[in-house]
Design a binder for this molecule. Structure first.
Ligand SMILES: C[S@@+](CC[C@H](N)C(=O)[O-])C[C@H]1O[C@@H](n2cnc3c(N)ncnc32)[C@H](O)[C@@H]1O
Length: 212
């Protein structure tokens, strides 16, 4: 079922100083945006923003840029950031396929991808956020030795993603086909993760290092 478009979402986001609709102009200058030299971490497909707001609260010494193309969900993430005055977060309402237009080479230090659409049909796999055509872009914008963190409920998507990371010379630092909460006390449960955990669906987790 398709959710009806929230026509108030974009106007509300345009009034929000943490949201950049013209984010290309900050390419190469993100540290100036945050006015510090802290590392830049991203979440791609941030949804309603529960994960990032908790992470940003815990780590004031990291800058976060969150990316999401669905304004229906993202408006809530942006509202949270503004209400909590999370000065270490900025939001880009964009399609991640264009990420290289927003970040320069080596500009970022980490990417989180949580429960992205698995796109199981062959003809749709190019849309995956872990597809090699995305990994090539991540490799370029991430500094040497930085990581991509992936969580998903979809095991076959995860297994194919492991291959994509290998083929694109990322080092598989860690992977787990059943991420038990008690073994990961630092884990922040996302909106979708809560849904799958409530149904006892195992969560797959991987960390991939960018070696240039
Ligand atoms: C299943 S939801 C998960 C949301 C959240 N990360 C969570 O774990 O609760 C996947 C999100 O990824 C976003 N997404 C998928 N492809 C994207 C793309 N190419 N660019 C930006 N966002 C994307 C979708 O719009 C959707 O909000």
């Amino acid at each position: 079922m398709r959710l009806r478009k929230k026509h108030w979402a974009v106007p509300e986001m345009k009034e929000n100083p943490y949201v950049y609709f013209e984010g290309e102009e900050y390419r190469g200058n993100w540290q100036e945006v945050f006015q510090n030299t802290n590392g830049i971490h991203m979440e791609i497909g941030a949804g309603k923003g529960h994960f990032i707001s908790e992470l940003a609260r815990r780590n004031k010494d990291i800058n976060y840029v969150i990316i999401e193309q669905d304004t229906n969900a993202f408006v809530y993430a942006c509202r949270k950031i503004q209400e909590e005055e999370l000065e270490n977060v900025r939001a880009l309402p964009i399609n991640a396929e264009k990420i290289s237009q927003y970040f320069d080479e080596d500009e970022a230090n980490r990417i989180y991808i949580n429960f992205c659409n698995p796109w199981p049909k062959n003809r749709h796999k190019k849309r995956r956020l872990t597809h090699p055509r995305q990994l090539v872009q991540y490799k370029n914008i991430l500094a040497n030795n930085s990581e991509i963190y992936l969580k998903t409920d979809d095991r076959s998507f995860f297994e194919e993603s492991l291959e994509y990371f290998k083929e694109n010379s990322f080092l598989i630092e860690k992977y787990d086909f059943d991420m038990k909460l008690e073994e990961y006390p630092e884990n922040i449960v996302t909106e979708y993760e809560a849904k799958w955990r409530n149904k006892n669906i195992p969560i797959c987790y991987g960390v991939f290092r960018n070696i240039k």
